[in-house]
Write a protein of this length. Structure first.
Length: 309
């Protein structure tokens, strides 16, 4: 239903809009020899704006945005970084002081353990200081699923001093979690945004997303520094991003082997974990597992070019 609504809005906006803007930016880095590594990022945005007609009803100064953000890397032949975010947004009175909007987002981030995160909501933007400073707020309905494939680590006794008695724990097998639960959230999103020209050829934009859902709080701080070139359609872009999650996704589910039950425990063996079996159960996972989480903060930095057409 969500995608039907968005596709309908996209078709209406693109068929009625008076102005179109495409912006494409990206970057690449690589290394070979002793270490094989490559990374690329791609950002694309389509903006359609103008007066949109619904029969006899005309929506003045409306805007539709479709954006894609993709990051992929590989380290020594193995996937290292893989994430994607697609955003649909429809603004009414987009350039006015007050602008209501409908927004939907679908994303995944393997580096943070997020298999799927989708949200849909309604909000509004208020221009505090013209095109320079604005504040947006939205109410979102969100669904989230984390990865479970090969994330269960089964431990058995491990003899570190060769005396025939298990005195520690070692991983015996890897397995899948099984039926991973899907989590539903009612989330608020608050986003201040600052656009700041720095002379004739330099431009800085920063936006900070604060998204609480009870004690589950997401933040996302995006910073973009643009440098104009002799060609109006070409810019150099420097991007810096910080994401935080107060309740990060599980990185590993730790379990005692049912085939060879150990005598040692995770505590006695000094195996690190963030959630015990009780906390795991309270958070919606199986009470069979201790959980080691991903880190709560993640940063990224890239330099590339941006093309507008």
């Amino acid at each position: 239903m969500l995608y039907k609504i968005l596709i309908t809005l996209l078709l209406i906006a693109t068929s009625n809009a008076q102005n179109f803007k495409n912006q494409l930016s990206g970057g690449y880095s690589g290394r070979g020899g002793n270490t094989e590594y490559w990374y690329y990022n791609l950002n694309y945005a389509l903006t359609a704006n103008g007066d949109i007609n619904f029969g006899s009803l005309t929506l003045k100064d409306s805007e539709f945005l479709l954006s894609l953000d993709r990051n992929v890397s590989e380290y020594n032949g193995a996937p290292y970084y893989n994430d994607q975010t697609i955003v649909f947004k429809f603004d009414l009175w987009a350039n006015g002081t007050f602008s209501p909007f409908v927004i939907a987002e679908t994303a995944f981030d393997e580096a943070l353990g997020i298999k799927k995160r989708q949200n849909f909501g309604l909000g509004a933007k208020y221009r505090v200081l013209g095109d320079f400073l604005s504040v947006s707020a939205a109410f979102l309905s969100e669904k989230e699923e984390v990865f479970g494939k090969n994330n269960v680590y089964e431990y058995v006794d491990y003899d570190t001093n060769n005396d025939g008695v298990g005195d520690s724990l070692g991983v015996y097998a890897y397995s899948n979690y099984g039926d991973m639960p899907t989590f539903d959230y009612s989330r608020i999103s608050i986003r201040p945004k600052l656009k700041l020209p720095l002379g004739d050829n330099f431009y800085y934009q920063t936006e900070y997303y604060y998204k609480p859902a009870g004690d589950d709080v997401l933040t996302n701080w995006n910073n973009t520094f643009s440098i104009s070139t002799a060609e109006k359609w070409l810019k150099i872009e420097i991007r810096y991003n910080i994401k935080t999650d107060s309740k990060p996704a599980p990185k590993r589910f730790l379990a005692y082997s049912s085939t060879y039950p150990p005598s040692s425990t995770f505590d006695s063996a000094g195996i690190e974990y963030d959630r015990n079996t009780l906390q795991s159960s309270e958070d919606g996972f199986s009470d069979k597992y201790h959980i080691l989480d991903y880190r709560s903060s993640d940063e990224s930095f890239s330099i590339g070019v941006s093309i507008t057409f």
